[in-house]
Design a protein around this ligand. Structure first.
Ligand SMILES: [Zn+2]
Length: 269
């Protein structure tokens, strides 16, 4: 098995992430937002041998994504069903400008407790994605989604358990979107669950996974707001882990199953 085969075919290239980083550094440099100039200097000085490690730096986050995607692929069972759930939890709609004061740690902790009640003993792995959604009236808002991979079959009882214990955002037409994942579909869903950048989307429906428009780049003001948020909440702090834990060992990063199941090293598959 080739080392990179779990990465989807359209996985971002080094050239692409360098371009995105350089564009962001320019946007941050021109911004008057508190912290933007400091972040521009930090991300702008990111070099081979002296990486900045910021959650806003697409070059650093590309590396982090590769490691986490491989770790996730190693930790999740290969021989059972896998269900993906896109969930917009209640309270997951934030006004533009509101990310600076949004307490993601608290948000994740309470939703994780609900998931634990809904799915006892079932392994769940996922990430928090935030997108800028435009409604019919044209007022854009940030929408927080939990994109989860659940080691379970898609049954009525499971869906009911989740809908009963995990509150969905009432203003979202589809706060829950379930889909079974085929073996061939794993690279795409792993890549999506472990996203490193935020985008603009038109309408809620797109945000739940049934995209009929391609995600677009954020407008400048929102891009700066997202970068400051991502700097505080990098990919490894936006993980949703139930029945798994993240281990930083001497030999790299691993995801270890709490049920003691087989789990190989993520960074060295
Ligand atoms: Zn960097």
């Amino acid at each position: 098995m080739r080392k990179s085969c779990i990465l989807p075919p359209d996985f971002e290239t080094v050239v692409q992430v360098r371009e995105r980083r350089d564009r962001l550094v320019g946007q941050l440099t021109r911004s008057l937002e508190p912290g933007a100039a400091e972040l521009a200097l930090r991300v702008g000085s990111c070099r081979k041998g002296g990486r900045c490690g910021s959650g806003a730096c697409q070059v650093c986050q590309r590396q982090e994504r590769k490691i986490l995607i491989r770790a996730a692929d190693s930790a999740l069972r290969k021989d059972g069903p896998l269900l993906r759930l896109s969930w917009i939890p209640r309270g997951g709609v934030i006004p533009l400008g509101g990310l600076a004061t949004f307490d993601l740690r608290r948000f994740i902790a309470s939703r994780l407790r609900a998931l634990q009640r809904a799915l006892p003993g079932i392994v769940v792995l996922g990430g928090v994605d935030v997108s800028l959604n435009t409604f019919e009236n044209g007022t854009p808002v940030w929408v927080v989604h939990l994109y989860l991979l659940i080691e379970a079959a898609d049954t009525k009882a499971l869906r009911k358990g989740i809908r009963t214990r995990c509150a969905g955002e009432p203003s979202a037409p589809r706060p829950f979107d379930f889909r079974e994942v085929s073996r061939g579909g794993r690279p795409l869903v792993l890549s999506y669950a472990l996203k490193a950048a935020f985008y603009k989307r038109s309408g809620f429906i797109d945000a739940t996974g049934r995209a009929n428009t391609r995600p677009q780049a954020l407008p400048v003001g929102a891009a700066v707001e997202a970068a400051l948020f991502l700097d505080r909440w990098p990919l490894n702090r936006r993980l949703i882990l139930h029945g798994l834990r993240l281990v930083h060992g001497r030999d790299g990063l691993r995801l270890v199953r709490r049920d003691g199941g087989p789990s190989r090293r993520g960074s060295r598959p």
